[in-house]
Design a binder for this molecule. Structure first.
Ligand code: ADP
Length: 158
């Protein structure tokens, strides 16, 4: 069984993440979407809220599991028996950082490889940070996130 892990903050999940999840779930047998618990980041949504948002919007994908983890990604990948880490590349600026992380992970555990998917063009600009920025001013975020999440995001700023 080919199992991959797709780690991220997903704070909140965007159409860019969903696109990555749908595409990578087609390539592997099982995709574990893993929310990084990073207390230093001061997230907008709790881990529990992010898990339920991800579960809701991926319920049409059969071979997927939503989890959360803290500590080193490479240790968690081993724990869930994943041999592939999925990451997205939006721009050259993502590349340098991602390359360094992927190479570091290969040194720590050479059984685990990183698979990069390039962003779909229509989501190349999109990040959770952009969504939060626009939502904080009450702007229209319907192009960025699924409809059922919109009120939950605005509620954080009301
Ligand atoms: P992190 O804090 O790890 O960057 P994110 O939740 O921002 O977490 O992103 C998780 C992963 O999804 C990263 O690999 C990122 O490059 C990818 N990603 C985020 N937005 C997009 C997008 N619009 N298109 C493709 N990949 C994306």
């Amino acid at each position: 069984m080919r199992r991959a892990i797709y780690p991220g903050s997903f704070d909140p999940v965007t159409f860019g993440h969903i696109d990555m999840i749908e595409r990578s779930a087609k390539i592997v047998d099982e995709l574990v979407v893993a929310i990084l618990i990073n207390s230093a980041k001061n997230p907008l949504f709790s881990v529990k809220e992010r898990v339920s948002m991800l579960e809701e919007i991926t319920c049409h994908i059969p071979n997927i599991r939503i989890t959360s983890f803290d500590g080193l990604l490479i240790d968690y990948a081993k724990e869930v028996d994943a041999s592939i880490v999925v990451r997205g590349l939006r721009a050259v600026t993502d590349f340098e950082y991602e390359l360094q992380i992927a190479q570091t992970n290969r040194i720590i555990n050479s059984d685990i490889d990183t698979m990069f998917l390039t962003t779909s063009l229509e989501y190349a600009y999109l990040s959770s940070t952009i969504v939060k920025e626009v939502a904080s001013y009450g702007g229209d975020i319907s192009h960025f996130v699924p409809e059922q999440l919109i009120d939950r995001i605005y509620a954080k700023y009301s």
